[in-house]
Ligand binder design. Structure first.
Ligand code: ATP
Ligand code: MG
Length: 171
């Protein structure tokens, strides 16, 4: 505890400043991932997308689980790799969430069939393999996160959309 990398993780009580256009966070273990997820969850607003990019096993579902837990979800979070979309209503969550894994999507046109827009109304989309769905980086509420495997841990490269820049994030 108390390492320089961990000191970069923000709690609700930490003084706030805006995110930069590109930031790298070190996530050496699962507790660090849980704190990172909580930092994101604390700042989420309706309409946002958290676009989780990274190779197989990079930690996308782990981070989605951490965000859901911090929003008030208790219990299992199945990987939505088969169902593609997995909704989590509010209440009990602070905001409604749809957790998606677009890996199996063959064409973004399938999104309409899945009813993605309806699921996203007033809620937050946590998207694994967002590029398979055409990407969300053009949305101002998109928080792009690329996860990389670094030794036994992970690193996250964060690219905030315009709406995130003034949100008072990360210290
Ligand atoms: N920060 C971390 N430090 C160490 N291990 C981690 C970290 N984050 C995730 N892991 C581990 O990495 C493994 C794979 O994680 P996860 O299933 O979340 O990957 P994924 O990106 O969703 O993979 P897929 O593309 O197959 O869905 C899990 O065993 C998880 O515990
Ligand atoms: Mg996954």
């Amino acid at each position: 505890m108390g390492t320089s990398s961990q000191s970069r993780f923000l709690c609700a009580s930490t003084p706030l400043r805006a995110l930069k256009l590109l930031e790298r966070f070190t996530l050496p273990n699962l507790p660090a991932m849980a704190r990172f997820g909580a930092d994101i969850a604390f700042r989420l607003r309706p309409g946002d997308v958290v676009a989780l990019t990274g190779d197989l096993g990079a930690g996308k579902t782990t981070l989605a689980r951490a965000i859901l837990a911090a929003l008030g979800h208790e219990g299992e979070v199945p990987s939505p790799s088969f169902a593609i979309l997995e909704p989590y209503p509010s209440p009990p969550l602070r905001l409604p969430v749809v957790h998606a894994d677009f890996y199996r999507l063959t064409d973004p046109s399938e999104l309409a069939e899945l009813g993605l827009d309806e699921w996203r109304e007033d809620g937050v989309l946590l998207a694994e393999w967002p590029e398979q769905a055409g990407g969300f980086a053009d949305e101002p509420g998109c928080l792009g996160i690329t996860l990389e495997i670094v030794g036994n841990g992970r690193a996250a490269i964060v690219q905030p959309g315009r709406d995130w820049l003034e949100r008072g994030a990360w210290s």
